[in-house]
Design a protein around this ligand. Structure first.
Ligand SMILES: [Zn+2]
Length: 261
């Protein structure tokens, strides 16, 4: 297996992975979406709400805020407190505001400075004169298998690496016109693909070619993988956590076979 990073920032990652199978990259995609655990607001206690939104609507909105950190916490279902709630499985975020003001995610005060909204400028609600909001939100750890609010990968996808070849071209240049991405260029009578990563394998160039000289196929063993984080964790962490989860599953299977077969 070979890996070549094209882009790696906290929020986005794009790489070419080769000498592997569609099953493996699809497992990685699914694991990234559903297995990686993150913190999210799971319960809200309202002490005062004279805003225009119902408690339930505000609670839903708060639940969708991406929260950072949480590496030291355990999911409430597997905590030694048996779901009672303790410092190992939950974080408290409080909000106490009075209008007129626009309340943003940065206004939530967290009991753990590591567990805070990933973006401070997400609007929560607009309070008018004398409207008040006082609440305590409880954040817990979970995975997207339980609820999509725990999903940190807001994008995770792959495509086959395009392979473009030209043989016996008659120079009609129809393919140059047909390419919607405009990535086929005519260079002295010979057509060439200028940026293979932008190719979507639409085959419009192949259909437009009079002489049948073009061939565009997806490499069955090489893929361009793209993922994006909601900011709750870095893409590097997202990637390693998804692969660790796959490894853990494989080990569980191996142990099962060892014990029962
Ligand atoms: Zn606990």
């Amino acid at each position: 297996m070979d890996l070549e990073f094209l882009e790696l920032t906290d929020r986005q990652v794009r790489f070419i992975i080769s000498e592997t199978t569609p099953a493996f990259v699809n497992s990685m995609r699914r694991s990234m979406i559903a297995d990686v655990e993150s913190m999210s607001i799971d319960e809200v206690n309202f002490y005062n709400n004279t805003s225009v939104l119902f408690d339930e609507m505000l609670a839903l909105r708060l639940g969708l805020l991406p929260l950072t950190g949480g590496g030291n916490y355990v999911p409430a279902s597997s905590c030694s407190c048996n779901g009672e709630g303790c410092f190992q499985c939950q974080v408290s975020l409080t909000l106490n505001v009075k209008g007129p003001v626009t309340v943003y995610s940065r206004d939530l005060a967290s009991s753990d400075p590591e567990v805070i909204p990933a973006d401070g400028d997400i609007p929560i609600i607009k309070l008018f004169k004398d409207q008040e909001l006082m609440l305590e939100a409880i954040a817990r750890k979970g995975s997207a298998k339980d609820h999509t609010k725990f999903q940190s990968a807001i994008a995770a996808s792959y495509k086959h690496l395009p392979k473009f070849s030209v043989k016996d071209c008659n120079g009609c240049k129809e393919c140059v016109e047909a390419c919607p991405k405009q990535i086929i260029k005519d260079e002295g009578g010979v057509v060439r693909l200028t940026d293979e990563l932008q190719c979507t394998l639409c085959s419009l160039c192949v259909e437009a070619c009079e002489s049948g000289a073009l061939s565009v196929t997806g490499d069955p063993h090489s893929f361009v993988f793209y993922a994006e984080s909601d900011g709750s964790m870095s893409c590097k962490y997202l990637l390693t956590a998804s692969v660790e989860s796959m490894s853990k599953r494989a080990n569980e299977l191996a142990n099962f076979v060892e014990t029962f077969a």
